[in-house]
Design a protein. Structure first.
Length: 291
């Protein structure tokens, strides 16, 4: 993730540089079309673009130092032209404004770069946190990552101690239809109620996870296939009809909802020594289950 942020930052620098160069190209065209080309204005416009690019890439401090060096040189030129050679009759606004525009432009470009860097950092931390967190916020079940990490651990334990291990997969077939009727908030209420039902059936040592919005997996340590099938029957009886508080017509009401669930089971063996093969064995059972 950090590597992606660095790549993104480089792309951001390139993008900003291209924008500023396009602006400079537009200025060149404007000056080229003008019958009274002011070389100083043209030159200082280019210097401002360079100062902003420099500040954006290397930061405010470096940008302001660059701007101050240019201001010193430009200010010396103005004083020399005014006091020594007399080429500059008066210090007009269009000449003096660069003394303000250069540091201001450098500061603003540096601040923009700092803000964009902060956004990249926030984004990186968010996705790193998403990768670290293994709990589903809504149900308290493990998410897919956490579930498969737990499955690998339990398979290793079952292999080492020759203990039985089974897996139950619950698939909610009519969840898309319910989402269309009750919306995302309604689905969240349904999943919350469903997770509470499942918690009331299984043991504290059993491990449950939300693998997809419509798929729940349960790891049953110390349980053979016959025990898993008993658990599957209890789960089916418990979750096919659940009472959920759902908002209907601007009012929250308790409703009895019928869930169409299919359930598959699988028992760990040496032939199923890969966690995904083990999982798909149970998943195929849920796909073939007629309820």
């Amino acid at each position: 993730m950090k590597r992606e942020n660095r790549d993104g930052k480089r792309q951001d620098h390139i993008f900003f540089t291209i924008i500023m160069l396009i602006w400079l190209a537009v200025l060149v065209l404007v000056f080229a079309e003008s019958y009274t080309i002011n070389f100083i204005q043209f030159f200082m416009s280019g210097v401002l673009v360079v100062a902003m690019i420099f500040s954006y890439i290397y930061g405010i401090l470096h940008g302001l130092i660059f701007a101050l060096v240019v201001i010193f040189i430009y200010g010396s030129y103005l004083l020399y032209g005014t006091l020594v050679t007399g080429e500059i009759v008066e210090l007009r606004l269009d000449l003096v404004m660069w003394l303000i525009a250069l540091p201001l432009g450098s500061y603003m470009a540096g601040q923009l770069s700092h803000y964009v860097s902060f956004l990249f950092l926030q984004s990186g931390e968010y996705w790193e946190l998403k990768e670290i967190v293994t709990l589903d916020e809504l149900t308290g079940f493990l998410n897919k990552k956490g579930f498969f990490e737990a499955l690998v651990r339990e398979m290793e334990r079952a292999r080492r101690f020759k203990d039985p291990l089974s897996l139950v997969v619950i698939k909610i077939s009519n969840l898309p239809e319910m989402r269309a009727i009750y919306g995302e908030k309604g689905i969240n209420s349904i999943l919350k109620a469903l997770s509470e039902k499942i918690d009331s059936i299984i043991r504290s040592i059993d491990i449950k996870g939300i693998l997809e919005p419509d798929i729940i997996g349960i790891i049953l340590p110390g349980t053979n296939i016959e025990g898993a099938q008993v658990v599957a029957k209890k789960l089916r009886d418990a979750v096919e009809v659940i009472e959920v508080a759902i908002r209907v017509d601007l009012k929250e009401k308790q409703q009895l909802l019928r869930l169409k669930v299919t359930i598959g089971t699988a028992e760990f063996s040496e032939e199923l020594n890969d966690p995904y093969v083990f999982y798909y064995k149970a998943y195929e059972g849920a796909e073939k289950d007629v309820g």
